[in-house]
Design a protein around this ligand. Structure first.
Ligand code: MRU
Length: 378
């Protein structure tokens, strides 16, 4: 998507293939800076410290990290089985960086399976490079298709409202292009509606504690010229009670094959408010975000707990410099759960690259009949 009018993706291989280039999302919206990562360790650091974040972007970055990992194995003179074992170990390191987004393990597994099919170290590196590109291209393409399917939903709402006034979409966190490779999941239908000439306005939850809504979603919608308004996290219910939200579209970091959705903390409360007010609640995801092994999201999805400083402090711009200030008295106990699970019963539908389906095992299988509920994990 556009940054100051220039098209960008969130992750790409620098021309010579020596390094992986990313956007440092921790600096947005106050500074736009790309960073080169040269090793598996640097990729792990970038994911753990959330320079890159969001399910699809984490997956694509990990896929590129596996390419750098393969180069390291080749440089160490490893061949055949010992190459594959060392690569699997580096894959484990990548998977340990963040627990909730399933795209990370999915991308690592896909790389391991592809690399194991060839023998020589040089060939394994070539395969890993090609697979990293394939995963990134596929993520971008799937998000574009999510946009096409979600556009039909937005068009339906627009016409039902009389075809004149803007469609008001509420979104939580950042499931925009920054959270993927391009287009985004929750934002893809919004961008598609904009391109189709349907007026859309987006309510953007600020999304404490890291403010991905205020800092990232608002910034990227602004770059694309989509009308939007940032609200604090507790406003959504009030807006829904007053008819100011036509539909909610969020992303997801992991969705069970039964339709339970793990997404940024606070999503569940929006789904409850949506149900109480008869507002459709959609979740947009590429199929890489399905977990084909877990049936019960509440029991099975690991919920990341992050450091307390993210709650106890807040960052912002003062005199052109980003500073952090304390929000609570020194020593105040805080807790920082990064995700919650929205049960399938609260989800109106899932918007995927293959179409929109009910959030149920039968609904998901109707679009993905070939998926068996078992993928080996690292
Ligand atoms: O902790 P983050 O920023 O990696 O969280 C991920 C998210 O941005 C959200 O949960 C998002 O809505 C789903 S990821 C496409």
């Amino acid at each position: 998507m556009l940054v100051h009018g220039q098209p960008y993706r969130t992750v790409w291989l620098e021309a010579g293939g020596e390094s992986v280039e990313i956007i440092d999302q921790t600096l947005l919206p106050f500074a736009f800076k790309t960073v080169r990562l040269h090793s598996t360790a640097e990729v792990c650091h970038a994911i753990r410290e959330m320079w890159v974040r969001g399910a699809g972007c984490i997956g694509a970055t990990a896929a590129h990290g596996m390419y750098l990992a393969a180069r390291e194995c080749e440089r160490d003179g490893l061949r055949g089985g010992s190459f594959d074992r060392a690569l699997r170990e580096k894959g484990r390191e990548l998977c340990a960086t963040r627990p909730t987004a399933v795209n990370l393990a999915w991308a690592v597994e896909r790389q391991l399976a592809a690399v194991a099919l060839v023998d020589s170290g040089v060939d394994k590196v070539t395969v890993a490079r090609e697979m990293a590109r394939e995963i990134a291209d596929e993520d971008a393409d799937f998000c574009r298709r999510i946009g096409e399917h979600g556009l039909d939903l937005i068009r339906g709402v627009f016409e039902a409202k009389g075809g004149k006034s803007p469609v008001n979409v509420l979104t939580h966190c950042n499931a925009g292009w920054l959270a993927f490779v391009d287009h985004g999941s929750a934002t893809a239908p919004i961008y598609a509606a904009q391109a189709a000439g349907i007026p859309v306005h987006v309510w953007v939850d600020e999304t404490r504690p890291r403010n991905q809504g205020a800092r990232l979603t608002a910034w990227e919608l602004g770059q694309q010229g989509v009308p939007h308004t940032v609200i604090v996290d507790n406003v959504g219910g009030h807006l829904m009670q007053h008819g100011k939200v036509d539909l909610v579209i969020t992303g997801t970091d992991r969705t069970t094959y039964t339709g339970d959705v793990a997404n940024k903390i606070g999503t569940y409360l929006k789904a409850l408010a949506a149900q109480d007010n008869g507002v459709p609640f959609y979740v947009a995801l590429p199929s890489s975000t399905f977990d084909w092994e877990i049936a019960d999201g509440l029991a099975g999805i690991p919920i990341e707990e992050r450091g307390g400083d993210e709650v106890a402090k807040i960052a912002g711009l003062a005199n052109d410099t980003e500073i952090e200030v304390n929000l609570v008295a020194k020593g105040t106990p805080v807790a920082n759960f990064a995700f919650d699970v929205t049960p399938a019963r609260l989800v109106t539908g899932l918007i995927t690259e293959r179409g929109v389906c009910p959030a149920s095992e039968a609904g998901i299988r109707s679009l993905f009949p070939e998926k068996a509920p078992s993928i080996a994990r690292v």
